[in-house]
Write a protein that binds this ligand. Structure first.
Ligand code: PBG
Length: 337
């Protein structure tokens, strides 16, 4: 190639990348602290914070520390938290009975947060996995070989009403049973909680990226079920059309917000869902996505801050209106500073 080679080009897209200010003007996607929902793990008693080894920087918090963490998140502009109880294995049974107790840890946690920071949006998972000895999201069929759909939905309805009574703004059914959104909507309305919203885990895949979360809530340790297969209810990672069927059903049944989970490996699904609905779309950057960035950063193989930002930007660019992420606090602090 001669040194003075010149292309006769009308279109030179690099013109808009020449300076920082031009790049800022042409920027299409912007992350804000308001985009994030912080998942928080809760323990009973006065102990903790307990580190979760597979999730550096994540701790199981007692109720007093939970209140403190929520104040800090609110100050940083994070609008919402999702609460996950870590239950003493001795209290678990095959039916997940303690999920329906009036003094359940998660209900006390909701009241604590609502009292400490009334403006914060609080959501809770509706599923039985933190409470069952086998770690499944529902109760089992008589032969013990599968999760019983309809009996599980009957229990989840009662659980959702208890959570609404404790003051959650959104219940988040994460169980993937058929018909649960309609059944929960009806139970909430009948009990007078017409204002309590539903964030549906609509396209939730049977993913291997949930491992660290199962360490955090102890749903794996209790049953030795780290690799527990939830394939009879969660979606096959190979299936895109089936995800859209689930999204359409949850929307018809009355979900207020539709979620895709995991997020990073499912950006195509987020985009399809964005194009298929006018409802808000949430994406859950799950524990394994968080763990893998931390692990690579610890080895010096990736830059944590840049990868964290890029991973969240990609999820938003794909079409998510809100992102559940364990990076919520750090990312909001970085954006604020
Ligand atoms: C349970 C639930 C899971 C997650 C959120 N709610 C795990 C599972 O389905 O086994 C995973 C979140 C994460 O990995 O960060 N219904």
């Amino acid at each position: 190639m001669p040194e003075n080679f010149k292309l006769d080009l009308t279109h030179r897209p690099r013109r808009l990348r020449r300076t920082a200010s031009l790049r800022a003007l042409a920027e299409e996607t912007v992350l804000r602290p308001q985009d994030f929902i912080a998942p928080l793990f809760v323990i009973d008693g006065r102990g903790g914070p307990e580190a979760v080894p597979s999730m550096p920087g994540v701790f199981r918090l007692n109720l007093a520390d939970l209140a403190k963490e929520c104040r800090a998140l609110h100050k940083l502009g994070v609008p919402a938290v999702a609460l996950f109880p870590s239950i003493d294995p001795k209290l678990k049974d095959a039916e997940g009975s303690i999920a329906l107790r009036e003094d359940a840890l998660v209900l006390r946690a909701v009241r604590t947060v609502k009292k400490a920071v009334p403006e914060l949006t609080v959501m809770t998972d509706i599923a039985l996995d933190p409470y069952t000895t086998h770690g499944h999201d529902g109760v089992l069929t008589a032969d013990g070989r599968d999760v019983d759909n309809d009996r599980t939905v009957g229990i989840l309805r009662r659980m959702a009403v208890l959570h609404a009574r404790a003051g959650v703004d959104l219940v988040a059914p994460s169980d993937m049973m058929d018909g649960r959104i309609g059944a929960i909507r009806c139970a909430l309305d009948t009990a007078g909680f017409t204002h309590t919203g539903i964030m549906a885990y609509s396209a939730k895949f049977a993913s291997a990226y949930y491992g660290p979360f199962r360490d955090a809530v102890g749903s794996a340790k209790a049953a030795g079920t780290h690799g527990l297969s939830k394939a009879t209810y969660q979606l096959n990672p190979a299936n895109r059309r089936e995800a859209l069927i689930e999204i359409a059903l949850d929307e018809q049944e009355g979900a207020d917000i539709l979620m895709v989970k995991p997020a990073g490996p499912y950006l195509d699904i987020i985009r399809e869902v964005r194009n298929a609905t006018n409802k808000p779309v949430a994406a859950y950057q799950v524990s394994g996505e968080y763990a893998q960035l931390h692990a690579a950063a610890k080895l010096g193989w990736l830059e944590l801050e840049r990868c964290r930002r890029e991973s969240l930007l990609a999820i938003k660019r794909a079409g998510a209106d809100m992102i559940l992420t364990y990076f919520a606090r750090d990312m909001a602090a970085e954006l604020a500073g």
